[in-house]
Design a binder for this molecule. Sequence first.
Ligand code: AMP
Length: 418
Amino acid sequence: MIQLIRGFKDILPGEVEIWQQVEKIAVSLLQDFGFKEIRIPILERTELFARSIGEDTDIVEKEMYTFPDRKGDLITLRPEATASVCRSYIQHKLYAKDPVRKFYTIGPMFRRERPQKGRYRQFYQINAEILGVESPLADVELILLLVSLFSKLSVSDIETHINSLGCPECRPNFKTALSGFISTETTHLCSDCIRRKDRNPFRVLDCKVPACREAMTDAPSILDYLCSVCTRHFEIVNEELEALKIPFIIDKRLVRGLDYYIRTTFEIHTGSLGAQSAVAGGGRYDGLIKLLGGPDMPATGFAIGLDRLAEITGLDTSDLIQTPDIFLAALGEKCRTLAFGWKCALGLEGIRADMDFENRSLKSQMKRADKLKASHVLIVGEKELEEGSAVLRNLTTKEQVLIPLENIIAKVKAKLRS
Ligand code: AMP
């Protein structure tokens, strides 16, 4: 038997209803806040991700699914969506008509991480991006959206972590201080951190290895190094979150695993997820559009992990698992052909109708109707044909009525809707 690739999974009926509901609620909220859907490809040129996410990041160094296509061009299964959204914004000159754009996109991402609970090699994200807005209010709007979405999805136990990563003005001073601190701790750091500490010391703050985390406990905080513009930006984020009564934690270690962030970064964690506790993350990436060859436009965004969200939502989706409104039990060839016509007509009228295509006994067809949890059965055999009506049975109340064959679709429909 050919099995799934490790770290990949099927989302089967029974579970998929949760995903559909989560996506529906998220899309409706995003649209209420003015976000428009954008659909971007799953494959992009490798260079797009290498340049934007950063060469020294885990994603680019070890996790991308990169391969040459048949002509030898290096292509990559997208590990995240932001770079592609920016590429699209630049390529189609979307900024020319209106620089301020709010986009959302939903789809699979691919990272060759070590699979474990809550961590897959193909996983799904809902992304939201606000392009062309420098104001910290855009960051706050995104955090509000996340917190509101989790509340609508009955996710309890969430913590909003925020930090600022400064900007190219003030970050170098922090980088120097951080490098100085790291050089006193090198004996405790993992080989990845040692290798990256000079080029990108932020990665050391972000490292998940427990010994590295421990060693970095007393590392300097970027918040002590922010320039006046970044300080004010961060203050506004704090003040507005307070005004909106959104509880948050300032987390000086929150640097996130991608290089393009500046100023505000945030993550939502929940206690319900165990080790992989981040369910969403994002931040501001003002330099990215320029870095990718576009105009110098600010931008901010987030990504929600749908796999983790589907696991922890408190939504009761038992009602969403669709069962037939009606099962057509037909006896004999002639009745089966007739019933098949009704089944198709009912389906086109928006009534979920099912039937058995084989020539089975009434008893086994009734069993099937029960198994499918149909709410009604319409029985038609030779006798019913002769008498000019079919029997409609409500499987919950066991009540039976005769439905005349003439204009039966409209009559069944009216009965089911009554
Ligand atoms: P990131 O793009 O790394 O900031 O991730 C944003 C969100 O995507 C995280 O908070 C997770 O919920 C989710 N996520 C990231 N990587 C994975 C993965 N390998 N498996 C499942 N979910 C993931």
